[in-house]
Write a protein that binds this ligand. Sequence first.
Ligand code: ACM
Length: 678
Amino acid sequence: MKRAVAGAALVWGVTLGAMAQGAPPQNHLMPQPAELRSTQGSLPLSASFQVATPVFHDDRLDRAIARTLTHLEATTAQPLRTEIGRGAAGATLRVEVQGAGDAVPSYGEDESYTLDVTATQAELAAKTVVGAIRGLATLEQLLERTPTGYAWPAVHIADEPRYHWRGLLIDCGRHFEPVPVIERTLDAMAAVKLNVFHWHLTEDQGFRIESKLYPKLTALGSDGEFYTQEQARAIVAYARDRGIRVVPEFDIPGHSRSWFVGYPELASGPGPYTIRRDFGIEDAAMDPTRESTYVFLDRFIGEMTTIFPDAYLHIGGDESNGKSWKANSQIVAFMKAHNLADTGALQAYFNQRVLKLLQKHNRQMVGWDEVLNPALPKDVVVQSWRGAQALTQSAQGGYRGILSQPYYLDGMKSAKEHYLADIVPPDSPLTAEQRQLILGGEICMWGEQLNQATIDSRIWPRAAAIAERFWSPATVNNVDDMYRRLAVVSLQLEQLGLTHLSHQEVALRGLAGSQDVRPLAFLASVTEPVSFGERYRQQHTSQLTPLTNFVDAIRPDPPSRHESNMLTHHYLAKPGVENPAYGALVSFYQRCLQQSPAVDEAVRAVPQLQGVQPRAEQLPVLAGIALAALQYTAHGTHAPAGWKQQSLATLQAAEAPAGIVRFTFLAPLRELVQAVAE
Ligand code: ACM
């Protein structure tokens, strides 16, 4: 029996309920495989577990298997045999791979695999080593705790991605991210089958990659925080080991002030230049009219291709406002002489010149929306950050595209919102042929408001849900089930070394100056950071802003957001004390009420928490409104005249900015109040 995975996710427990061990296993896989069928029995993980690669093996496959064994040992505290057999006899796990695959992981490389688990053995089959790496990630997630030990449920899985370009951008320009952060990010990416690390290496605020040809780029443009070529090559190798491509971005002609600190002759203005500390669109830009600019870029790109072997290279191209071009009479004269009507046309001229350099160095060009210009040939890839409509336009114009806008993590949206935004929505006007031009999607983690301590808490685990959107069939879209599995994969990622959950306690201890952070942790559990834009408006965050406040300790989309939504909707479908959601909601809001005095005291004790004081004061008031609304609706009684209006006004007041954090439960609470009869 074969069935859609969306169904499988919900009925798995029922189907496998007959397993000998008793407790039904749960499908925690994220992303969900394209095809999954459960069968009878389970395969225990024991000390005699042994892996063999009877068909093909190379060092990369051996290292991938060794990592899986290490993870399984860590999970189970069970020592495993680490030598890999080459014959099939006696092997518990047979990894049958047809060949090495591409020397440099490439767009469109076969990532498919099948995984068959029976009561006696597991067989992982793939055409390429990258396919096997994907299958090993599934195998790790599939392992179950059972009353009699660790075991894999018997399954047949046939899996392949929906999109071949499944990326994560990390902006190391605004805030530098040390090598271990990049490495653990790559580990997490591999665990959820993301396959493109988009490395945003240069920004107004920092130039992060060593150039031996132009050493002043980092000597003067990086504050000493950059990747040596040796480190960058090691990252590329680390990524390749996990079947992940590395696409470097050198953002030009705008977002480039850090280049000009060491090489002011590249710029359109007279200089001198300093590293930019604040954020927003920068006026300084490269001079596209001087031949020396292209000589520099030619040599620089040539050097970078010796570090980054991927076929694609990203030239940025976004948010170049043309101001410094219009302010330079020599550039204005150049535009006139070359019939370039406006600065957009000048940027298109620049892009065409850069494209030729990329072609010379055997690289395909990727650029943000703004590079889209009829003057550009169709082999340029457009990465859309201004939304699905921009992507549609570029595909209609015949360009290949990657969608990013719905996957901007700095918007501090919920995993649900990102998850439900498909790359090509069902109502897209694109023809089947145009859809072929959509390479995939990319999650973007811009670096203005994060640093090495907080970055994991901003990316994971929301990114795992988006990874599923990119990999799994479109029909896998049950939000409740996504959150159920996300909670599990989140813990798995933490075991890999990610700090998205543990950071909160560490940061709260730092704030409180105390081991006991329970009251602050409670406040953290019902609040989340406001969006990038709102934080910027309230704080004018710069590169020099310390990121050690309450907002930096907490994380977006904590469980209370989805739980309060889900419970409230269940409850409002049939209000009454007998509705199980009633008890859960009462208990949640009573906890808010009970915790409030301690929260208030803890906040008052810390000078830099004064900003969140209003939240501490609002918490019991909101909880009181919720408990009253639950009573009215559960018993069908009427609230006194004016209660509803006053309560809604209180809710609205709680939406006003305070401490750059917001409550997670205000939207469902509003629905609850609206449901009260007056
Ligand atoms: C961008 O967000 N400016 C690419």
